[in-house]
Ligand binder design. Structure first.
Ligand code: SF4
Length: 381
């Protein structure tokens, strides 16, 4: 059976963070209830199309899935398990944000089968949290973390952010120290990116963002402090203790099959990629008229990936992982040796000290620093 990962989008947040361009907004209790009904309908419509697949992971993302009641998440998860074929021990993650969670809710998640939590902390500095427009302070996060451990979670990710306006190397170091003292199993550490349409984008002239050199220093500090404490970098921005890499995210980087459920959710199954409708009206219309059964009606931007596009993605997504890509996997998938397509690029990148080329091809430490440049070399047109 082919493996499948499920992504479930919950597009609600208490308030919009200033840097956020995700599909998320504030909603009333009634709007949330209506959405969950549609989502359950979509699950029932989609599941029969994936009888030949076995679900290996589920990821509740958003938005803030933890704004929903514990019983609702439990109900969604039950419906997924009832309708899809699951492997015996799937990874089931939910994103939670401090300020939207109680100890009771975490216990319900855990009892329902959620076995991984991803907590959005971003910074341990309250001033930086306010600047980001987060609804919580560090104390609220700590409470959430303690409740999570008490509820039984043994696999916790903490999301961190660097390059926050006004952030100094010292304050970032303190954030890292505080987080490391808690010993989560996994840490994701991203740099803030200024996205169009966000509050930060519109107010950028009033803000002082760290310089590129400072950002690089944050990045190096992350790598150094985390590796000193036994975290292994397995992807450009992701670190884990032995045995705790995020299976679900690795499916994206390794280009496995994933089905997105809910508003605007992205899917890629057997080299076909599509997105669910991004407005509630259109999504509702698609679900209620069973258009979900025909991907072309349900989706927008449906894409049948060409062999060249598949090769490009295989390389630049796979190279995000520190283990890199295996030449034998490339040959098996595309029927031709990697060198036939990328011989010159591999040689050039190797000469520039950016890639190691053996049976596996992977980025050097320097290559990781300038990964965008390296990835761009693998575009074929
Ligand atoms: S909590 Fe996450 S999804 Fe919601 S607004 Fe903030 S960054 Fe965006």
């Amino acid at each position: 059976m082919r493996e499948l990962s499920l992504y479930v989008h919950i597009p609600f947040c208490v308030q919009k963070c200033r840097y956020c361009d995700f599909l998320s907004y504030q909603a009333s209790v009634q709007e949330k209830e209506e959405y969950v009904k549609l989502l359950m309908q979509e699950i029932v419509l989609q599941a029969p199309l994936y009888r030949q697949h076995q679900v290996i992971s589920v990821f509740f993302g958003g938005g803030t899935p933890s704004v929903l009641d514990g019983e609702i998440i439990e109900k969604i998860l039950c419906k997924l398990k009832e309708t899809f074929v699951f492997e015996s021990n799937p990874e089931i993650t939910i994103e939670v944000n401090p300020g939207t969670i109680t100890e009771e809710k975490l216990k319900i998640f855990f009892a329902a089968g959620v076995n991984r939590l991803s907590i959005g902390l971003q910074s341990a500095n309250d001033e930086e949290l306010r600047c980001l427009g987060r609804i919580h302070d560090y104390k609220t996060f700590l409470e959430t973390y303690e409740w999570a451990r008490k509820a039984g979670f043994q696999n916790i990710n903490i999301d961190l952010m660097s390059a926050i306006p006004g952030q100094s190397e010292q304050s970032y170091r303190e954030t890292l120290m505080k987080v490391l003292a808690l010993q989560p199993e996994h840490i994701s550490a991203y740099s803030l990116i200024l996205e169009e349409g966000t509050w930060f984008y519109d107010h950028q002239k009033e803000l002082v963002f760290p310089t590129e050199e400072e950002d690089r220093a944050f990045y190096e500090l992350t790598g150094q402090m985390l590796s000193d404490k036994g975290y292994h970098r397995y992807e450009i921005s992701n670190y884990a203790k032995e045995g705790y890499e995020c299976l679900h995210n690795k499916v994206y980087w390794k280009r496995g099959d994933y089905l997105g459920l809910g508003l605007g959710a992205a899917s890629m199954v057997e080299e076909v990629r599509w997105n669910n409708k991004r407005t509630m009206e259109e999504y509702k219309e698609a679900v209620q008229n069973n258009k979900i059964l025909q991907r072309t009606d349900l989706g927008e931007n449906i894409e049948y990936l060409t062999q060249e596009e598949q090769m490009e993605e295989f390389m630049f997504l796979g190279l995000r992982l520190t283990e890199g890509v295996r030449k034998s996997d490339f040959k098996q998938k595309f029927g031709i040796p990697m060198e036939t397509v990328y011989g010159e690029v591999l040689e050039k990148m190797q000469q520039e000290g950016l890639l190691v080329v053996e049976e596996s091809v992977y980025l050097t430490a320097y290559g990781m620093d300038v990964s965008n440049y390296v990835m761009a070399q693998f575009l074929l047109n």
